[in-house]
Design a protein around this ligand. Structure first.
Ligand code: IMP
Length: 430
């Protein structure tokens, strides 16, 4: 059962899209398991840049089936736009399937996302305003509409009318005009008709593939510290980007996962509000943002940048039971005389070596740094470990020793080819 989960080991934007693209061609099925179009995965291949928010990046491989999993929330308009855009760029894509259990994101979710953010005042989360939180709220409140119901003309109109009635009451509380049910129904019925051929019960498809010994890649979105339960609550997303989420959002059990790779940058970034102990609010942070083009794929917001936090990374390795690390953006860190990594924190004068669960404690920790030698030169040309500067290799050794997790793959540039595979045995099993 060669199954692999790819998970963001930090706060998202670790370049998972590139990895899914690189490995997706080796998989028969690529299944995305959480989130919605709050995610942004960029893939650069053959001189072309593809941007995905909902569709698994594996779709770029003609023989791969890309599944929008049951744990996701799907904006129909966004999905269709993405599909049309991708088809205009590349006519031969893999097969797209959308889980009938995935929830639908409607305009009222997006409106409520912004209204709720405004109401939070100084405690804003900094959401992507894509309606993700409100869509998952409806799922948990058991009034959400799933893709299977959405594309069923005998079910959708009545269900939608019921829900819009409730949402209009909610919008009135925020002083907003009611939504026009008829206009929305017409617009969304047209989306449903186009999407109907793609919607299927995906649990049996995924299970048959896994139990049939096919290669299946589970594609995570966002990152570990944005996980609703394990992240820096309340500054989190509303789903489960962790390895555990791959079971919750696809229809398989934990013993069916053979390998989990955690993608991490050689430094740290975060979008939105919340604690970030190693954040650099100085020229160095700005340098990383500029050189790394650290701006959000979905919102265009400048990402907060800082040194690598090994305390967090070790927690991530354990929480996700990672088989190996995929270290990206090593090329961006080139040019510093020394680089720092957090190897502990000070909390109220005491040294600790774990991530405090209480976010308000985590906001107060001061990082304890270990300083390592930096490196220089253009790493994008390197194609094997020995090509890398000795200081970069020492940095990787230090990461491995601290986290007890080996680097399996290195990314030294955005292109598919700018990749160094160190441990093929950790990808699909020996
Ligand atoms: P939401 O997922 O739009 O509700 O946003 C909640 C938090 O997660 C905000 O801090 C967002 O910036 C962050 N977030 C959501 N999706 C991503 C992502 O794909 N990359 C990085 N941060 C994200």
């Amino acid at each position: 059962m060669p199954t692999l989960v790819i998970v963001g080991a930090q706060w998202g934007d670790e370049a998972k899209g590139k990895l899914v693209d690189v490995l997706g061609g080796e998989a028969e099925l690529v299944v995305r398991y959480s989130g919605g179009n709050n995610a942004g995965h960029t893939v650069i291949t053959g001189g072309q840049e593809f941007k995905f928010h909902l569709i698994p990046a594996g779709i770029l491989h003609r023989d791969t089936t890309a599944i929008v999993g049951s744990g996701m929330v799907v904006c129909p308009k966004g999905l269709l736009e993405e599909l049309d855009r991708t088809l205009a760029q590349k006519s031969e894509l893999g097969t797209l399937i959308i889980s009938s259990a995935a929830h639908v994101v409607f305009p009222y979710h997006r409106m409520l996302d912004s209204l709720e953010e405004e109401a939070r005042g100084n405690n804003r989360i900094g959401t992507t305003s894509r309606g993700i939180g409100p869509a998952y709220q409806d799922k948990v409140a058991r009034i959400g509409i799933r893709m299977g119901e959405f594309v069923d003309p005998n079910v959708f109109p009545a269900r939608f009318a019921e829900v819009v009635k409730v949402k209009n009451q909610l919008l009135a509380m925020f002083g907003k005009d009611p939504l026009d049910l008829d206009a929305l129904l017409e617009e969304y019925t047209a989306y449903a008709e186009r999407l109907r051929p793609y919607v299927k019960d995906t649990d049996p498809i995924v299970q048959d593939a896994v139990y049939g010994g096919k290669r299946v890649l589970f594609e995570g979105a966002q990152g570990t510290f944005l996980d609703l339960d394990s992240g820096t609550y309340p500054y989190v997303t509303s789903s489960h980007p962790t390895t555990g989420g791959a079971c919750l959002g696809t229809g398989i059990g934990p013993r069916m996962i053979d390998s989990a790779l955690g993608v991490c940058k050689a430094y740290t970034t975060r979008v939105g509000a919340g604690p970030f102990p190693t954040e650099l609010l100085d020229d160095v942070g700005e340098w990383i943002r500029q050189h790394g083009k650290e701006y959000g794929t979905t919102t265009g917001r400048g990402r907060r940048c800082g040194w690598l936090d090994l305390v967090m990374l070790r927690h991530s390795c354990r929480l996700n039971s990672l088989s190996g690390l995929v270290v990206t953006r090593l090329d961006i860190l080139s040019g510093f005389e020394t680089v720092k990594v957090a190897t502990g924190y000070k909390l109220d004068g005491e040294e600790i070596n774990y991530v405090p669960t209480n976010t308000f404690d985590f906001e107060r920790v001061e990082p304890i740094y270990t300083e390592l030698k930096g490196w220089s030169g253009d790493l994008r040309k390197c194609r094997k470990l020995e090509d890398l500067p000795v200081e970069t290799r020492a940095y990787l050794d230090f990461m491995e020793e601290y986290t007890q997790t080996p680097p399996a793959i290195l990314s030294v540039g955005p292109d598919r080819d700018e990749t160094i595979v160190l441990r093929p045995d950790l990808i699909w099993g020996a």
